[in-house]
Each structure stands twice: as structure tokens, then as C-alpha cells.
Design a protein. Structure first.
Length: 164
């Protein structure tokens, strides 16, 4: 069991990444718990970091403060961060988002509409085999970067600054 956990931890700390044009981001739409809608169109003409994550994922949790910082620092310049959570329990997801003071939208994705969004992204970028997985979408809606594993806010700053 220790060997398996070490292998999982080592995989999460590796930084497989790709910079290329994966195509235009999918046109997704979900209904949020409060009844409001969120969609890809809400982020037109913005640079978007899409974060596939979960509260039970230690590397994901480690990166949340960095994303909060990036959103605070670059939000007015056109950055938006959107999380899609792989949690199984919406209440646990919502509680974590509130406790962390996340200043960006995190969508509970393990329902029918959330799964449809994930499926639409996977058609463009390939299967999401591990979390955290992040995408960067430019102002034209093109997915230009994919990163699997841990990364620092500074790593993402290097990617987003030229796009802002």
C-alpha cells in the first residue's frame, strides 16, 4: 500500500504539460445550485484557467491559494478561473469552497450537466487521467495549454501574462 501511495504522489508531482492548440473551447452550460446558469460564453474575451480538481486531492488543495492569488491579481486584467470539481458530495464541495474563500467559480461536476461539460473537454484534450489537470484558454477561446500535476502560481503566471 505504501508503494502505491508513493507512486500516486510521485505521479501528482510530475509536471506533464503541453502547449499547443487543442481547438476552440467547448460551449458548455450548467445550472448552479442557486438556479443561476454558468456557461462558457460568460468568459468570452477572457483568459481562462480551467481547473479539474477535487477536495480529496492533496495537490489540488495545495494549489487553491495560488489560484485565489492569481484571480485577485489578474482578474481585472481579464483572467478568469473556473474549477470543475470531481467530488462525489456536493455539500462537501460547497463547504470547502466557502471555507477556502475561493474567489472564482467552482462547479460541482459530478452530475449530469457537469459530466457533459467534462466529456466535451475530453473530446478536445483527451481523457482526463489525473487531477489536478488545468487548461489555459486564450481570449479567442482557443485551448492553448494543458498541465497535469502540481504547478506553482508563478508557473501559471508565465503562461497567462502574455495572453492578458
Amino acid at each position: 500500500m505504501k508503494v502505491l501511495l508513493a507512486a500516486v504522489a510521485a505521479f501528482a508531482l510530475l509536471s506533464p504539460q503541453e502547449s499547443k492548440d487543442f481547438g476552440k473551447r467547448p460551449d458548455w452550460s450548467v445550472t448552479l445550485p442557486d438556479g443561476k446558469k454558468a456557461s462558457a460564453a460568460d468568459y468570452d474575451k477572457k483568459v481562462v484557467i480551467v481547473d479539474f480538481w477535487a477536495t480529496w486531492c492533496p495537490p489540488c488543495r495545495k494549489e487553491i491559494p495560488g489560484f485565489i492569488k492569481l484571480q485577485k491579481e489578474y482578474g481585472e486584467k481579464g483572467l478568469a478561473i473556473v474549477g470543475f470539481s470531481f467530488d462525489r458530495d456536493q455539500a462537501a464541495h460547497d463547504k470547502y469552497v466557502k471555507e477556502q474563500g475561493m474567489n472564482y467559480l467552482s462547479i460541482f461536476a459530478m452530475n449530469e450537466s457537469g459530466q457533459a461539460v467534462i466529456d466535451s473537454f475530453q473530446k478536445l484534450i483527451g481523457e482526463i487521467k489525473g487531477i489536478p489537470t488545468r487548461l489555459v484558454i486564450d481570449r479567442k477561446g482557443q485551448i492553448v495549454y494543458k498541465h497535469v500535476g502540481c504547478a506553482s502560481p508563478e508557473d501559471f503566471e508565465k503562461i497567462i501574462k502574455p495572453l492578458l
